[in-house]
Design a protein around this ligand. Structure first.
Ligand SMILES: Nc1nc2c(ncn2[C@@H]2O[C@H](COP(=O)(O)OP(=O)(O)OP(=O)(O)O)[C@@H](O)[C@H]2O)c(=O)[nH]1
Ligand SMILES: [Mg+2]
Length: 341
């Protein structure tokens, strides 16, 4: 099961108390203070792990608590430090404070860590409090309280290219044809219910990552179909492919389809519509007299949008598509702020 949003509660370990103790030695009636310090409490730490692909584990375990520091001991023995709790999360997870919605961390690199809750400090033992006038202090510090907070974690896939389109447009068929991803493909809407990620190799040794997400439909902004729940997975992409079925049996007119998708994207997040994109006319092997393809091509030419016809079934246009997208991604990596204009 794919889970991309969870709420959890974390609590670090409290600091251990300092100790109050005096040296006991034979023939020394009043030994000096020797109370050791308390240990620091453990932290709750998040670590981005490339082995994890979903937040599912955190749906089952919602509470994480690190160990408290131990109390200091006699003979200046420090208490043991509480062990950290390390929570593995997928690369691409964004961590928010669940109450204030403040963005706390965005773990995009494998191995990257974030301390979500700091352990309390250990208190000092009475050996620290001896002065020239008070050689037998009974004073010691208690450990400090630890941090505790509720968090919301969101996984946003890290991909260069996002596939958007109506259900059944051929998104998953394309990702299966150009990468090693093997998503479910079928002749009915909403076959894809969770995002798929595929790595496309091109050129000598280059590659880009593509995210295939469930289809969106008119009214997605009102929650129709699967609503917007998966659009977060194209937020980090730098290039979009608008997948439009131009086969003669396509249920919708291509230009209208394109415009609806643009409106839905704008309703989700206006800046997404300034992102560079190309229009992909899919299923051209079923295009009949090509009326729909020609209509879409004319429209794109009129607006200056790149339009690439493909058939994932016969593989027509796939090499051109992969090379074109690879080049665009390479350009965008070099100049990450470019837009379609
Ligand atoms: N003939 C032909 N059929 C295609 C082509 N691309 C996709 N199909 C068929 O179209 C249907 C839908 O394809 P999918 O790839 O599942 O479509 P999708 O866009 O991922 O759909 P959702 O996951 O529901 O959003 C399947 O029956 C595919 O076999 C193509 O180029 N030619
Ligand atoms: Mg699909």
């Amino acid at each position: 099961m794919f889970v991309d949003e969870v709420r959890i509660h974390i609590k670090a370990g409290r600091g251990g108390d300092g100790s109050c103790s005096f040296r006991r030695e034979k023939f020394v009636p009043r030994g000096g203070p020797d109370g050791g310090d308390g240990g620091h409490g453990g932290h709750v730490v998040f670590e981005a792990s490339p082995r994890m692909t979903t937040l599912l584990d955190l749906r089952y375990q919602k509470h994480y608590e690190a160990e408290a520091g131990r109390q200091g001991g006699a003979a200046n023995c420090s208490g043991r430090t509480g062990e950290d709790v390390v929570v593995a999360i997928p690369v691409g997870t964004v961590i928010y404070d669940a109450e204030t919605n403040e963005l706390l961390a965005d773990l995009v690199m494998p191995g990257q860590r974030f301390v979500g809750a700091h352990g309390g400090r250990g208190g000092r033992g009475n050996s620290h409090f001896a002065t020239s006038t008070n050689r037998t202090p009974t004073e010691f510090e208690t450990g400090t309280e630890s941090e505790e907070r509720s968090l919301r974690l969101e996984l946003k896939l890290l991909a260069d290219v996002g596939l958007v389109g109506f259900p059944n447009a051929g998104k998953s068929t394309l990702i299966a044809a150009i990468s090693a991803a093997r998503p479910k493909i079928a002749d009915y809407p909403f076959t894809t219910l969770t995002p798929n990620l595929g790595i496309v190799r091109w050129g000598e040794k280059e590659s880009f990552a593509v995210a295939d997400i469930p289809g969106i439909i008119e009214g997605a902004h009102e929650g129709k179909g699967l609503g917007f729940q998966f659009l977060r997975h194209i937020e980090r992409t730098s290039f979009l492919l608008h997948m439009i079925d131009v086969s003669e049996w396509a249920p919708d007119e291509p230009v209208k389809t394109f415009e609806i998708i643009r409106q839905e994207l704008a309703a989700y997040d206006e800046p997404i519509t300034t992102r560079p994109f190309a229009v992909i006319a899919t299923k051209i092997d079923l295009a009949g007299d090509k009326a729909r393809l020609i209509e879409l091509q004319k429209y794109c030419a009129g607006h200056g949008y790149p339009c690439l016809p493909i058939s994932a079934a016969t593989r027509e246009g796939l090499t051109e598509l992969v090379t074109y997208v690879g080049q665009q991604v390479a350009k965008l990596r070099a100049a990450p702020c470019a837009t379609n204009s």
